[in-house]
Write a new protein. Structure first.
Length: 86
C-alpha cells in the first residue's frame, strides 16, 4: 500500500484492520475468491487507481510516526477528559 500498489489480502489475523477500505480482502485459503479478486483488479483500471491512492493515504494517516503520535494523543486526550469528571 505504501508503494501505491493496489492490495489483495486475506482475512487472516489483523490484515483486514491494516488494509481497511484500501484493498480487497478475501477469505483465507479460498483460492477461488483470490482468483476472482485478482481478475477483478486486473480488469478494472479505475479500481486499481482508487485502491492505490487509498492505500497511500491510509499508510500516511495510520502507519507513520506522525500518525502513531496523532493516534496516541487522541487516546490520551479522551482518557484525560473522561477522568476529569471523577
Amino acid at each position: 500500500m505504501a508503494c501505491g500498489v493496489p492490495v489483495i489480502s486475506s482475512d487472516g489475523g489483523a490484515l483486514p484492520e491494516v488494509v481497511g477500505d484500501a484493498g480487497i480482502v478475501v477469505p483465507a485459503r479460498d483460492h477461488t475468491a483470490l482468483a476472482d479478486a485478482i481478475d477483478t483488479l486486473l480488469n478494472d483500471v479505475k479500481l486499481q487507481k482508487r485502491l492505490a491512492k487509498a492505500g497511500i493515504e491510509r499508510v500516511v494517516r495510520l502507519f507513520t510516526w506522525e500518525g502513531a503520535v496523532r493516534q496516541m494523543i487522541e487516546v490520551y486526550s479522551k482518557l484525560i477528559k473522561k477522568n476529569r469528571g471523577k
